[in-house]
Write a protein that binds this ligand. Sequence first.
Ligand code: PGA
Length: 252
Amino acid sequence: MRKSIIGGNWKMNKTSKEVEELVKGLIQELGDYKEVDTVIFPPFIYLERVGSLLKGTSIALGAQNMFWEEKGAYTGEVSPLMLVDVGCRYVILGHSERRQHFGETDNWINRKIKTALRFGLTPVLCVGERLEERKSGRAEEIVSSQLKGCLSGINPSQVEKIVIAYEPVWAIGTGETATPHQAQQMHRFIRENLQEMFGESVANSVRIQYGGSVKPDNIKQLMQQQDVDGALVGGASLSAASFVKIVKYGEN
Ligand code: PGA
């Protein structure tokens, strides 16, 4: 049985005062809510503060990215060691915005996943096709090649710890969600790929989140799909009221 996992990816939003308010609101409603694994992903600069606010609650902390080296001359980068140091347990890797605006490749993401695992962080690996790729019937081919590239050389017992987020690029921040049926089909396909690569028991234990315009009014139907084990939420995670609703509808 896979436990549902809902993540709030704040992206590049909020100032320190807004962060305090949002986190306090979340702790009030979700501080000891254990039906679903809840993770928030604030910008790097607030991780330490949010980490200290979340201590002793059941909300976990994650980062939106990281570099693959532990330390050194990499101006502007943040290392896995630093993330662990401030209390992160998760890290989003390969988000489509990183691929699109910052040139991240499957090979880079693969290196990051390996390092994250070495430091005991749970990678949330994002995969997903663009609109033109879906329109031309290549969605599955794209997702499959992202999975193969990003998970290459990782042993099955480690893959079990990874969370995968299927985020069709055309549904991110657009208000357009994949239908529950479209989501289920791709999640099934991802699981079949995992089975081919790592065997049935790994494929059955990996949690696959859906991401792309998830809102309080569409979460329930998405969560009812057999292979949808949670959601990675962007815009709707910026308000405590809507994120709390999403986390609670995500109850299995
Ligand atoms: P969205 O973003 O919910 O605003 O569409 C999802 C994501 O990019 O993780």
